[in-house]
Write a protein of this length. Structure first.
Length: 345
């Protein structure tokens, strides 16, 4: 499970070889212990702290520690210093980013994302047949944008990057416009918004995406993939470009989880705070989201490649598969020579 610490003043330390969280409740000091074997990651929000011993115990059990901004975006992490795998993976990742291979992966990941959106809309349609025409129209448009991306041909991603972003952006507008239409009236929104979110739904979704980013980054690091060396998202200073690329097929996990909270009317005004130019999740909202999202990602099982998997495990499975594919990839020697990459690959 993920240990999520959000209570202001909470302190994470070690007691009896276990993690212990000390916090105040109703004027009294409370301490809760958790065995390290039950935790795979620790998330801390502003106003919390931890001890050196807690960091050491986390490193011993290969538990990463994440520090989150108020909207859920990871701003840093404590992670062991060993590489997840051999440097050969990263050499091949660099070659792929400049060759046709990088374009092929982006094409696959984004079309998978759109396919996931289409299937989600079809699932939502079953219980909203009075809006069947609206769903059918949106699904048809998504299929057109997906097919446009599928039909693209290129030697490298730079040749078609703008076209991909254009189709992706257009499909996203259609998708979120329909999602907005099925929410309770008071939570419908005009468009996707970020930092700050313009409405409660986007505040929840941004936070869920932030947590999902951290899960994807961890999976890539474990698999030996460089989270900063992307294919479509690249060349920006200090940006985890591969995380933004690789997350695309998995965004549906956050979408589905947040939509369920709103359509089940579990969200109310007490879960968000109005801030300058937007909204942010407060403590109650974060608890509601994290409990639901963690259950969705870590407990629920879905059928994937012939087996039942937790959604967290699917991300790790695909990260390892991606790394293995890169290692086995036989690149054209002319491509390797052209980019003057040193060392054996």
């Amino acid at each position: 499970m993920q240990l999520f610490i959000d209570t202001y003043g909470a302190f994470l330390h070690v007691k009896d070889s276990m993690f212990a969280v000390r916090f105040s409740k109703d004027g009294e000091t409370v301490t809760k212990k958790i065995a390290p074997t039950k935790i795979n990651s620790i998330l801390l929000s502003k106003g919390t702290s931890l001890s050196f011993e807690a960091v050491s115990l986390a490193l011993m059990y290969n538990i990463d520690i994440l520090f989150l901004e108020f909207e859920g975006t990871p701003i840093g992490r404590i992670w062991h210093s060993k590489l997840g795998s051999t440097t050969k993976i990263r050499k091949h990742q660099l070659i792929a980013s400049l060759a046709t291979t990088g374009f092929t992966y982006i094409q696959e990941w984004i079309t998978t994302k759109i396919n996931n959106q289409i299937e989600f809309l079809k699932k939502l349609k079953k219980h909203r047949m009075h809006k069947a025409d609206q769903f059918d129209e949106a699904i048809k448009k998504l299929e057109e944008y997906r097919n446009n991306i599928t039909c693209l041909k290129a030697k490298n991603i730079s040749e078609v990057a703008d076209k991909i972003r254009g189709y992706e952006g257009s499909s996203g507008r259609v998708y979120f416009e329909l999602l907005s239409s099925i929410l309770p009236t008071e939570y419908q929104f005009n468009s996707r918004s970020f930092r700050p979110a313009g409405d409660p739904f986007n505040a929840f979704l941004n936070y869920a995406y932030g947590v999902l980013y951290s899960k994807v980054e961890k999976s890539l690091i474990i698999a030996g993939i460089d989270p900063y060396l992307g294919f479509l998202h690249r060349d920006d200073y200090n940006q985890k470009s591969m995380v933004f690329d690789f997350i695309e097929p998995f965004r549906i996990f956050a979408d589905e989880s947040v939509v369920k909270l709103f359509t089940a009317k579990k969200v109310n005004q007490s879960h968000t705070d109005k801030i300058t130019n937007g909204y942010s999740l407060n403590k109650e909202g974060k608890i509601l989201l994290m409990e639901s999202f963690n259950n969705f990602m870590e407990v629920e099982k879905i059928r994937y490649k012939g087996k039942n998997h937790a959604r967290n495990n699917i991300i790790q499975y695909d990260a390892h598969a991606f790394a293995n594919q890169l290692i086995k990839k036989n690149f054209d020697p002319k491509e390797i020579e052209r980019y003057d990459l040193l060392g054996d690959v």
